[in-house]
Design a protein around this ligand. Structure first.
Ligand SMILES: Nc1ncnc2c1ncn2[C@@H]1O[C@H](COP(=O)(O)OP(=O)(O)O)[C@@H](O)[C@H]1O
Ligand SMILES: [Mg+2]
Length: 378
């Protein structure tokens, strides 16, 4: 019967206005606004400690806000929490599954939590195990599952009731590239079937692939909102970095002049390091730049083209690196977000699923520090 709400032309599936939340005087949300259209994926992108999990917990009725309002499918997250809970799915930052139960038992348990009759719960469990490529592992204890399998089981659990709105809190953090890609395909399928998804992530690439619109958050509030293309345009595309070979001092000036012709922003020069860089629109200028440098008599030691990372987005929007504002919050906030499952996620991730090399190639907000954590865990 909530379909009437969904069907109203300009009623968003999710609307949050000026959400506020503090923990022991420390602000986690400082006036967060979100608006998500039905049937779309909305990415919430931000570094550790930005407030993503806090927002998700409020929007899924698990935590009351200190101030502000939020409605999901037209239901107020505080006053109509019970009605809302029956209509949403949540996959938390850490797997909420029970390690001692098998995959099948886990899903049956969730089915019963949603008050499905035993037979219905079992049938639904089998259907989901099949769908998420877990049928072969249905009878194995979840603790034997790889990280990717656990996430898929966790996602399956949140889909028991086929919710019209699904919350995914960092669903692929720590997964290897193959498991991540599998997760992305599943999410795309769900959206193809009309599910509205709110997805938090630290990965620009993930938001890029899945999200129709993105809210970039920092310090508990939205600092930018738009489509992926809109956000990228604001960061000025890629950045071209040159290191010149030892040679005439005039070559640095010559390189600067060449880059000024091809760049989309100011050229920066570190004369002592013979390093010159400039933002460029894309990879297509690379060969032209190299030819022009050659014609100008500049010899190169190194050329690199960097796609903008989310860190670059942050730097350009806030003037600070994303990682600098979240220092020790990293593991701390991860812990708080996963307090209901006691950090079971890290213990169960098999080394093969850690994929640090793959993670490093992502535009990763928390950059080296998160990859270092993965190396330690593996
Ligand atoms: N239960 C809690 N108790 C105390 N502080 C918390 C709690 N949950 C979150 N915080 C703090 O609120 C801020 C936002 O955390 P969180 O919402 O988990 O961010 P994110 O999910 O973006 O990493 C962080 O500074 C975090 O340490
Ligand atoms: Mg979080």
């Amino acid at each position: 019967m909530c379909r009437t709400v969904l069907g109203m032309a300009d009623e968003p599936a999710l609307l949050a206005e000026d959400l506020q939340k503090s923990f022991r005087g420390k602000r986690a949300l400082a006036g967060l606004d979100l608006r998500v259209a039905p049937g779309t994926v909305h990415g919430v992108l931000g570094p550790n400690g930005a407030g993503k999990t806090t927002a998700v917990r409020i929007l899924t009725t698990l935590l009351p806000p200190d101030g502000g309002r939020a409605r999901v499918l037209g239901f107020d997250v505080v006053r109509q929490a019970d009605e809302l809970r029956a209509r949403i799915g949540l996959t938390g930052q850490y797997a909420a599954i029970d390690d001692r139960l098998t995959g099948l038992e886990n899903l049956e348990m969730f089915g019963r939590l949603y008050r499905l009759r035993t037979r219905v719960a079992r049938a639904r469990a089998h259907e989901l195990l099949e769908r998420f490529d877990l049928a072969d592992a249905a009878g194995r204890q979840a603790r034997t599952y790889s990280g990717g399998m656990r996430r898929r089981l966790d996602l399956a659990a949140s889909l028991i009731i086929n919710p019209p709105v699904l919350f995914l809190d960092e669903p692929t953090t720590g997964l290897d590239p193959r498991s991540r890609a599998a997760m992305w395909r599943v999410v795309e399928e769900l959206v193809g079937e009309g599910t509205t998804v709110l997805l938090t992530t630290q990965y620009l690439e993930e938001a890029d692939r899945l999200a129709h619109r993105i809210s970039v958050i920092d310090g508990g509030r939205v600092i930018a909102e738009g489509t992926v293309d809109e956000l990228k345009a604001r960061t000025g595309g890629s950045r071209l970095d040159l290191v010149l070979a030892e040679g005439e001092p005039g070559e640095v000036d010559a390189a600067r002049d060449v880059l000024a012709r091809f760049g989309t922003g100011p050229v920066s020069v570190e004369a002592a390091a013979r390093r010159v860089s400039v933002p460029v629109a894309g990879a297509s200028v690379l060969s032209e730049v190299v030819r022009a440098l050659d014609a100008a008599g500049v010899t190169l030691e190194d050329v690199a083209l960097h796609r903008p990372s989310l860190d670059d987005v942050f730097l350009s929007m806030t003037g600070h690196r994303a990682s600098s504002g979240s220092d020790s919050d990293g593991s701390d906030s991860d812990g708080s977000g996963g307090d209901d499952s006691g950090g079971a996620g890290s213990g169960g991730d098999g080394p093969a699923e850690q994929g640090t090399a793959g993670a490093a190639s992502q535009a990763d907000l928390s950059g080296a520090s998160r990859d270092d954590v993965s190396v330690v865990k593996a």
